[in-house]
Design a protein around this ligand. Sequence first.
Ligand SMILES: *Cc1c(COP(=O)(O)O)cnc(C)c1O
Length: 412
Amino acid sequence: MEDRTPAAGDQEPPLRGRGARPGFATRAIHEADHAGQIAEQPVSPPIWLTSDYLYEGLDHYADVISGRRAGYVYGRYGNPTHVALHNVLASLEEAESAWSFASGMAAVHTSLTSLLAAGDHLVAQRTLYGGSYSLFTTVFPRYGIEVTFADAESAAVSAAIRPSTRVVLIETLANPTFRVADLRGIASVCVDRGVALVVDNTVATPYLLRPLELPGVTLVLHSTSKYIGGHSDVIGGVVAGDRGRIEGIRRLAVDQGATAGSFEAWLTLRGVQTLSMRMARQCETALILAQALSSSPAVKTVGYCGLPGHGDHGRASRLFGGRGYGAMLSLELDEGFAAAARACEALRVARVGSSFGGLHTQVCHPATTSHRQLPPEERSAAGIVDGLLRVAVGGEDADDLVPDFIQALEKA
Ligand SMILES: *Cc1c(COP(=O)(O)O)cnc(C)c1O
């Protein structure tokens, strides 16, 4: 079986006829290989709390630090806890290699600066994570890197590409409108024009989509603070791609100093083991909630690509292979900010919260919070209107969440 739900009627062969390769959920639990020197491997990889290492002599140290011999040097260069995390995340993203960071923003920063220099141009998706927007508009210009924002459609991206364009950055599922990028079309534009394509796959997660399987995708990155960590207890980031590029990113990351702490790497390793169980459940609940709220009189539109009437439903079904449609949705209320605020205050199970990807259902108002950095005209071009609420569905029972939203929207 591929990493996809079999079509109806498919007989799943005993022991899964996939050759020697285990499935996504199995790999999420087993592929955190940790370099152990003992015969009895611990089930949970140790947290390596050491900043430095001891050597047999000068040659040993010189060989390791110069890369002639495999080994460890210093905490900022990574330790075996990080290697375990890189192994599992590379496997889940179908990549040769991966590197982790102290935050998702460090992953965005280091990945993009590994591909861009002064005089280069970046095309980024218009509906962009607020932190990435701020980095590209306040920091990059000081280093001579220009940015153009475009819709995540192949024609718009193609029109924005210039001779100096080196990178296109796309978010698979755009927070907070949850429109689905035309990833296949954009990847083929990037191949034709010789431009690197970086995909921020934070919201879709590798459970739904592995962008590196598409020809033309150069790197895939995540804020592991969200679904990969999954428990609202850790900040981190990761980038995955081919060995050569990740080696370049590793060198840059060592110089930039954005290595994750060991405990954070370990928490992320702990969280990723249940990614497929959490995503399956959270996507299922999100669909139930989206269906229930689409008939609420207070709601103008439900932004959820799992609804058959949604404009991106067909594209999402092809990209995500029917495994689900994500665990986040947007609600546009008829009566703008005041109604949104009243509804949020009336919620009892879900709560107003600052992030997503954990097990607590959280709601936020993007125009005044996560996307406040966008100027008003950029914000409305991106579809982030005053009546828009973002809902990140957690692990609670649908039977508790649906009535909670319905009673809250009655007060909107
Ligand atoms: C949260 C987020 C980031 C930034 O990650 P941090 O871990 O908060 O630094 C980047 N991209 C997307 C899509 C995110 O949701």
